[in-house]
Structure formats: structure tokens, C-alpha cells
Design a protein around this ligand. Structure first.
Ligand SMILES: C[S@@+](CC[C@H](N)C(=O)[O-])C[C@H]1O[C@@H](n2cnc3c(N)ncnc32)[C@H](O)[C@@H]1O
Length: 354
């Protein structure tokens, strides 16, 4: 597909300015409409990183409430958007109708996005974007079981199938629960929390779990930061296999991006960001670095599949003030080279320790 004028220019009026890659000043689209239910994090910065030209084909790998997809459509792209949550796909049908044939919604996991695209006769795209984690729609509905603030069934399954959080917590070994809390939630008192969970079984409601965690961590009622935050995040990441999905999704993106295609990834957790950073460092020819879990590889050098990654982008102070969820977000991006995709998932998978 041909590249033309920048998608940011195509959006037109009201351009802001931000320090993007290196010292370059990049223009931000300021006049995209905001959805009151869902404020997409780093949306303008993602659109800048994608540098969409009108008529290009882009993948939104995490459709959610469609915030990024709307911005991509406004920039003139044809969008193929994917989500593993059937509710997101059902709610997105109105946007499909509005988009006049420029939006295709796919229900599925982004870890197999290359297969999902191939089934529709697409083998290369101009851009692919990931906005990792849960959507505000999922968090806000107590019945989905993601929230420690809203009582509901202890579910947490984005795809609404497979083992629920209650199923797992009620059967898992105490040591395994502690490992998940420690590695995916940075919960320093993971053993104490895991012991309390096992003692309180069976658990079936998010409210019960939150109470068990607060008691275990001696949380004074009304104290500002709820200590269940970390454990809920960790259990959710485990139940949805989120880190494996991210690893597979990055490798799939490498396979479907055409030479010159852009990859943009927004993540909210240090472990996720490390996976993205190591992937881009490795695939752009830098050393992803050895670790206790992953000795330095002796594998033969391969051609870089991405150019040098752009400097990471963090939300502005204004966005953090408007949307507290943005505070932990990081955007990383890079441009695909013409080199063939590396086989398998490479070394980054082994850098995840749980
Ligand atoms: C943070 S939200 C995306 C919000 C979106 N950028 C927007 O502006 O509305 C993440 C979405 O990705 C979906 N998701 C998470 N992991 C996924 C995966 N492995 N495959 C497909 N969708 C996934 C979730 O169900 C959720 O709807």
C-alpha cells in the first residue's frame, strides 16, 4: 500500500506539539472527540507514532471501546480491529455501521492476529497497535469480576470462557498463588496474602476476596490506597495469560507488518513494558540483555526486523490529571524493516519468570 501525506495532517485543524522521537517536535491531533465513558490513554501520541496515510490498512489489536479505532478512521485508515471479549465486539457493531465499509471487527486473540488476518485474505498491514490490559468498560461492570471496588462474581475472564479467577483461586497451591501475586502484581507480602486466600476458601465474590486481602495486609478502613489493587491485577494477568499473549502478539505483529509498517504498544505494568522493550531492542539489533532467568544467547545474529525504537512516550501531566489510569502508561513504537520475521518467539519469552 502506498504511503502518502501524514494521517495527522489528514485530521486537519487544531494541532498541538509534543517532544516525540529524539529531539524532534511532533504534531498532535487535538480535536478528536472524547467518549465520556472511556478516555483512551495516549491516543494522540499513538496516532502520531502510526503516521497514518489515508487509505492505509491498520490493525487495532485491542478494540475495547473503539477509542483508538475511531482515531485511526479519522486519520483515513481502513481498520481491522480485534478483541477477545465478545461484549466489545457486540458493542462495536454500531461503529462498523458508521464506518462505511472501512472497519472490520474480529473476535479473537491478538496472539494469533496473523492467522485471523490470513483467514480474511490479508497477509500484510501498514500498522498494528496494542493497548494492553482491561478496558474501563470491563472494570466498570461489577458482573465481570475485575473490580475490587464493585462486588460481583470472581470471574476476570476477558474472553468469558475458560477457568475463572474463583476456579483457580479455589484449587491452586498456596505457593503458586504467592508466585503470581509477587511476579504479576509486585506484591511484596505475597505469601501472607496467599495464606489468607487459602484459609478463606471457597471464595466466589470479588468483595470477599478484597476483604480477605485487606485484612491480611491490615488495611485501615478509609486509607487512601486499597491494598487489593496489586493482587487483583496479578490474578487478572494470570487468568488471561496476558504476558504470553503479549509475547505472541509482538511476534505475530512482526510477521504481518510490511516493510515500513509501524508498531505501537501501550502498556501499563513494568513487566509488560519490559517484554515490549526487550522485544524491540532485540529485534532492532540491540542486545536484549542477559538475566538470571535468561543467559546471553549464543544464537547466530539475525537481520534486524525493526529500526531503532522511538524514545518511549509517557502521558502528559494534563492527561494524568484528567485520567488517573494513564499514570502508569508507556508507549513504545518502531518501524518494520524488510528483513524476514524471526522464527518462533525468540528469547523474550524466557525472560518471564512465572
Ligand atoms: C485497554 S483496552 C483497549 C481500549 C481501546 N484502545 C480503546 O481506545 O477503547 C484493552 C482491550 O483489549 C482486549 N484484549 C486484551 N487482551 C487481548 C488479547 N490477547 N487479544 C484480543 N484482545 C485483547 C480487552 O478485552 C480490552 O477490551
Amino acid at each position: 500500500m502506498r504511503r502518502g501525506r501524514s494521517g495527522v495532517a489528514a485530521i486537519g485543524r487544531g494541532l498541538g506539539r509534543v517532544q516525540g522521537e529524539g529531539a524532534k517536535v511532533t504534531e498532535l491531533p487535538r480535536d478528536l472527540p472524547r467518549d465520556s465513558r472511556h478516555d483512551p490513554v495516549l491516543r494522540e501520541e499513538v496516532i502520531v507514532a502510526l503516521a497514518i496515510a489515508s487509505g492505509e490498512r491498520h490493525v487495532d489489536a485491542t478494540f475495547g471501546a473503539g477509542g483508538y479505532t475511531r482515531a485511526m478512521l479519522s486519520a483515513g485508515a481502513e481498520v481491522i480491529a480485534c478483541d477477545r471479549d465478545p461484549d466489545a465486539i457486540a458493542e462495536g457493531q454500531a461503529l462498523v455501521a458508521e464506518a462505511g465499509g472501512r472497519l472490520t471487527l474480529i473476535h479473537g486473540r491478538f496472539g494469533e492476529i496473523d492467522r485471523l488476518l490470513a483467514e480474511r485474505g490479508i497477509d500484510a498491514v501498514d500498522g498494528i497497535t496494542f493497548d494492553i490490559g482491561v478496558s474501563s468498560m470491563q472494570i466498570d461492570q461489577g458482573a465481570r469480576g475485575f473490580s475490587f471496588q464493585k462486588d460481583g462474581p470472581l470471574d476476570m475472564r476477558m474472553a468469558q470462557e475458560g477457568e475463572s479467577a474463583a476456579d483457580w483461586l479455589n484449587r491452586a497451591d498456596e505457593a503458586d498463588i504467592a508466585d503470581v501475586l509477587y511476579h504479576y502484581g509486585d506484591e511484596r507480602q505475597s505469601r501472607r496474602v496467599a495464606r489468607a486466600i487459602v484459609a478463606a476458601r471457597p471464595l466466589s465474590r470479588t468483595g470477599e476476596l478484597a476483604t480477605v486481602i485487606r485484612k491480611a495486609l491490615r488495611h485501615p478502613p478509609g486509607a487512601p490506597k486499597d491494598p487489593s489493587t496489586k493482587s487483583f491485577q496479578a490474578i487478572r494477568i494470570h487468568i488471561n495469560g496476558e504476558l504470553d499473549e503479549l509475547t505472541q502478539g509482538l511476534a505475530a505483529a512482526e510477521r504481518v507488518l510490511r516493510p515500513g509498517g509501524r508498531l505501537a504498544v501501550v502498556s501499563f505494568h513494568s513487566t509488560e513494558d519490559r517484554i515490549v522493550k526487550n522485544f524491540l531492542r532485540e529485534r532492532s539489533g540491540g542486545d536484549a540483555g542477559g538475566s538470571r532467568h535468561r543467559p546471553v544467547s549464543n544464537a547466530p545474529a539475525r537481520a534486524a526486523t525493526f529500526g531503532p525504537p522511538a524514545r518511549k512516550v509517557r502521558p502528559s501531566k494534563a492527561e494524568e490529571a484528567r485520567n488517573p489510569r494513564a499514570r502508569s502508561a508507556t508507549l513504545r513504537s518502531a518501524v518494520r524493516t524488510a528483513a524476514p520475521a524471526w522464527p518462533g518467539h525468540s528469547i523474550i519469552k524466557e525472560s518471564m519468570s512465572c
